[in-house]
Design a protein around this ligand. Sequence first.
Ligand SMILES: NC(=O)c1ccc[n+]([C@@H]2O[C@H](COP(=O)([O-])OP(=O)(O)OC[C@H]3O[C@@H](n4cnc5c(N)ncnc54)[C@H](OP(=O)(O)O)[C@@H]3O)[C@@H](O)[C@H]2O)c1
Length: 275
Amino acid sequence: MQDEDKKIVVIGLGNMGASLARGLLNHDFPAQHIHLVYRHAAEAEQFALSFPDCSLSTFKDAVRTPASFILALKPKDTLDLCRRIASSMDTAKSLFISVAAGISHQLLQDNLGSAAVIIRSMPNTPAAIGYGMTGLYTNESTVVSYRHKAESILSSVGKTLWLNDESALDAVTALSGSGPAYLFYFMECLQKSGQALGLNNEQSTLLTLEMIHGAAKLALASEASFAELRSNVTSKGGTTEAAINSLSSNDLQRLITEALNSAAERSKEISQSFQ
Ligand SMILES: NC(=O)c1ccc[n+]([C@@H]2O[C@H](COP(=O)([O-])OP(=O)(O)OC[C@H]3O[C@@H](n4cnc5c(N)ncnc54)[C@H](OP(=O)(O)O)[C@@H]3O)[C@@H](O)[C@H]2O)c1
């Protein structure tokens, strides 16, 4: 493999770009193959401190030779960046992985050039600690080697799932992309309710956190469905049943379906606003 095939250029070192760069280093991608793009001297200093062994350059120097580019800018900045890349280099031999919500594969292709290889991804914030869940989409013309390359990059910050249909990225955004916030909201509610029952803040926080952590680990380790796991701990006439009856009589399923539909709709609206 030539060096240009190994080079990974990260543009946009915010939450997601920095998490990906960190994940790659933690997964033994050699630092000398990870290249970070800075815009001004203060940023260069900050990146050099956070990622001491990675190479750094301005945009102009980063887009001279083919590489795998991670585009980790806000959606509103992503197309402008694509146009700048396309006017600076031959994009034909490079891979472009976009994490931007709502910017379609076709729009990325239109702005990067028809020969650029493009993969869209929808990660989530646990990627920052290596427990991300990322949906991936590309079109039929992308050859397997590029798919593998993108998968190995995104796998460095968690699990990946390929989607055959680009529109499924709206559902991924609604479920796992935005999902950590729903769970944090649920945890907030549990914590407050624990306090209302007489626990102090520290006790209620610890019980909430460890319960969620343990339940997720149990579900991961088990072959049983979520419904079976629930039923296993819900004895007839017991305390869990009393709480589950209360949740289902308030139609928790309907509330969650509505919440995910709202997120998916919003994701579609954002995509349409860029057309
Ligand atoms: N955070 C998430 O949970 C999440 C999940 C899935 C997908 N995403 C996607 O990830 C992308 C980035 O989100 P984020 O939360 O990481 O945003 P962020 O923290 O704002 O990161 C974007 C970074 O890009 C920098 N930037 C802007 N223009 C640039 C340019 N021309 N060259 C180099 N750097 C540039 C910004 O710097 P300044 O702030 O100085 O402008 C900022 O540091 C978004 O498109 C979002 O849809 C995020």
